[in-house]
Design a protein around this ligand. Sequence first.
Ligand code: SAM
Length: 371
Amino acid sequence: MIHSEILHWLREENEDPLTRLWKRADDCRCAHVGDEVHLRGLIEISNHCVRTCQYCGINRTHAALQRYRMTADEILSCAHQAVKFGYGTVVMQAGEDPGIDADWLADVIRRIKAGTSLAVTLSLGERDDEELALWRAAGADRYLLRFETSNLSLYNRIHPPLSGKTCGTAAPGCANAEHPRFAILRRLRKLGYEIGSGVMIGIPGQTYEDLASDIEAFASLDLEMIGVGPYLPHPQTPLGKASSETIPPQSAIAGRQCPNTELMTYKVIALARLTCPDANIPSTTALATINKATGRELGLMRGANVVMPNLTPVQYRAMYEIYPAKACIQESAADCHGCLKGRIAGIGRSIGIGRGDSPARKRHATPASRG
Ligand code: SAM
């Protein structure tokens, strides 16, 4: 799908054409990845973070937030729960936390792989290549790293680099700079990981054109997993406080600001499916947060084929508050499992058995990825 066609759909507001878009995306999902919904058990292993992401509630400047890091035994116990519930994958996610020691995590991965047949996905932010290689060698299968927005100057503004050096498009010598996370994703693929990425939708300063370019980037990166969700303002973050320094003057992008709505999220899910037919695409918690009643189901009916039930122990859930009023924050893993099973059955879909690798994985198979 070309840029102008994607843009046209992002701006479409009429029900009839949108109903046709949902149908096209659903047919494409059915033809390429089938009717099964794969369940990935999410374990939020730490909310420590060294970054100062302007949008994220667990960024290091949020001083009032109580911090936690799960023990190896707690993580193992979640992995065994995943097996009990019949999940094929666990996803270990955290803030960017150097306190997660590379050797320690490699040992946790090895213990999960030795004791279960689970696929292991990591979502731990930007780590050194040696650490990524170590975890891959320990058995990690997939890595999720959203590029958040393909607009590099917006990205640098909302996601300040650790070194304090930016490489925005306006910086001299950086006109052709590549998005830093594109480069990391390519390295992850070389290491043999299945790679996943995605964006937030409706970040202040993000235009419709930016979002169309994001969707094109999904295709050019040939992602195996694509996770998208609405940007949800967190009042304890610089962007959530909406100061005029962090948000570009609306006059600068008048009429082109993309909204952070439920409808826009469905459009992006549907377009991601049509541009990357065999990717695994979750119906995300952020979407379920803005429509607790039917958001998950509508995502699944408009292109998505994955859901991520939360396995994080309840005592930690509220501390992993990347945005407010997160769906399912009080539910036990068993409640979450029961609820999602019911929702999936309710739309006539079945639960996937096994790891649920993306068919795209075969295209990228290297000796390193066959482990
Ligand atoms: N530290 C890792 C990283 O940066 O990739 C993983 C954890 S990070 C909290 C996971 C994702 O949460 C981010 O990629 C971002 O898209 C999403 N997120 C954070 N704050 C958000 C917000 N206010 N609204 C919506 N999504 C948000």
